[in-house]
Design a protein around this ligand. Structure first.
Ligand code: SF4
Length: 338
C-alpha cells in the first residue's frame, strides 16, 4: 500500500536524522511522564521552546505532581505562569488537575477521549501526551507540524480552516510509523522547530527533502497559506490606580474575558478634574488592540468599583503576583512612597 511505504519511509528518514541531530535533553524528556509532558505541551502552545525552558523547571519544582497542582491556589499558579502569556492556559490546567483528582484517581487519563474531555486539551495535545508518555504512535498536529506537512505534502490554504486542517491530519496519519511513537513525536516537532522553520527553512539538511512538494516547486514561502488579515478590534480600558501609603488596590478579574481570574488594577471611570491621567499604553491580545489609560486617583478617593473582589497589596508584593504585563509595567513605574 502506498500509504504504508510513505509512512515507513518518511518516519525512517526522520528518526535516523533525529537520532543524530534531534533534541534529546529537553527537561520534559527525563523522565517522560504524562504529567511532565502535559505541562510542557500546554506551555509550548503559542510559545517557543527557548522561552518555555526558563519557566518549566521552576514550575515543576513548585508543582511537582498533579495533586500539588490541583490543591494549589490559582494565584500561586498565575504567579508561576507570569510572563508566559495566554493565561487562560494556566486556568485550564488548574481546572483539569482538579477534574483528574475527582474523576481519574489523581492521574491524567490514558485515553485520548478522556484527555479531550479536560479543559485546554485538544486532539494534538492529547495525542502528544499519550505518544510521549506511553510510547504509542499517534499523529500530532501542532503549529510546527502544520508547517512541515503543508510543505511536504503540498497542502495549500490556511491551516486554521477546517478543510485544510482535515487534510493535514490525514497527511499526519499517513506518515505515522508503527513503532517509536515517543521519539517520532519529538522528531516531528524538532524538524519543524530547527529545519523547517517559517523563514529560510534549511532544506539542504532536511531528511525528508527528497520527496518534499514545496522544495520541488520552490513553494516554501507560500506554504502553509496565510490567514486573511482582519483588523483587530480596538478597545479602550480605563484603569484606576488607588494608593494608600505603600499599598495599592488590586481587583480580581472575572473568570471570563481578558486576563481572566488574574489580579489587575480596578477597571472603572475617573473624574479628570481630580484624577491624573498617566501615559496611555498600547497592548496587543490575540483579537484585540487595547488602549489602556491608567488614572492616578486622589489619595482620599473612595473606590467605587463593585462586583469583583478587591484587595490592598504592598507595592512590592503586588509585583510577585501573576499580573498581566501592562499592569506590572504601570505598577513598576509608580514612585515609592516617601
Ligand atoms: S525540504 Fe525544506 S520545506 Fe520541505 S520539509 Fe524539509 S525543510 Fe521543510
Amino acid at each position: 500500500m502506498p500509504s504504508c511505504r510513505l509512512a515507513d519511509d518518511f518516519a525512517a528518514r526522520l528518526l535516523a536524522w533525529w537520532d543524530e541531530h534531534g533534541r534529546h535533553d529537553l527537561p520534559w524528556q527525563h523522565p517522560r511522564t504524562a504529567y511532565r509532558v502535559w505541562v510542557a505541551e500546554i506551555m509550548l502552545q503559542q510559545t517557543q521552546v527557548s522561552t518555555v525552558i526558563h519557566y518549566y523547571r521552576p514550575f515543576l519544582q513548585r508543582f511537582p505532581d498533579l495533586q500539588t497542582l490541583a490543591c494549589a491556589g490559582i494565584d500561586d499558579i498565575m504567579s508561576a505562569w507570569s510572563g508566559l502569556g495566554y493565561y487562560r492556559r494556566a486556568v485550564h490546567m488548574h481546572r483539569a488537575a482538579q477534574l483528574c483528582m475527582q474523576l481519574h484517581k489523581g492521574a491524567l487519563p490514558t485515553t485520548a477521549e478522556a484527555l479531550l474531555a479536560l479543559p485546554g486539551i485538544g486532539r494534538s495535545t492529547a495525542n502528544a501526551i499519550i505518544s510521549q508518555s506511553l510510547d504509542l504512535p499517534l499523529p500530532i498536529l501542532d503549529g510546527n507540524l502544520k508547517r512541515v506537512l503543508a510543505r511536504h505534502a503540498g497542502i495549500a490554504g490556511w491551516p486554521g480552516e477546517r478543510s485544510v486542517e482535515r487534510k493535514l491530519w490525514l497527511a499526519a496519519e499517513l506518515r505515522l510509523p508503527q513503532h517509536r511513537g515517543a521519539d517520532y513525536a519529538q522528531a516531528c516537532m524538532d524538524l519543524g522547530a530547527t529545519l523547517c522553520r517559517r523563514r529560510q527553512p534549511r532544506c539542504g539538511d532536511c531528511p525528508v527533502a527528497g520527496d518534499c512538494h514545496a522544495l520541488q516547486l520552490s513553494q516554501q514561502d507560500e506554504l502553509p497559506g496565510r490567514r486573511q488579515r482582519r483588523a483587530k478590534t480596538q478597545r479602550q480600558l480605563q484603569l484606576l490606580v488607588y494608593r494608600r501609603g505603600d499599598q495599592i488596590l488590586l481587583q480580581k478579574r472575572p473568570a471570563i474575558g481578558i486576563w481572566a481570574s488574574m489580579w489587575s488594577l480596578p477597571e472603572g471611570t475617573a473624574d479628570p478634574r481630580s484624577a491624573q491621567a498617566m501615559q496611555v499604553i498600547r497592548h496587543e491580545l490575540t483579537h484585540l488592540q487595547l488602549h489602556i489609560t491608567p488614572w492616578l486617583m486622589p489619595e482620599t478617593a473612595e473606590c467605587m468599583v463593585a462586583d469583583t473582589p478587591l484587595q490592598w497589596y504592598k507595592l512590592r508584593e503586588s509585583l510577585q503576583l501573576g499580573l498581566p504585563k501592562p499592569i506590572r509595567d504601570i505598577i513598576a513605574q509608580l514612585p515609592e512612597p516617601d
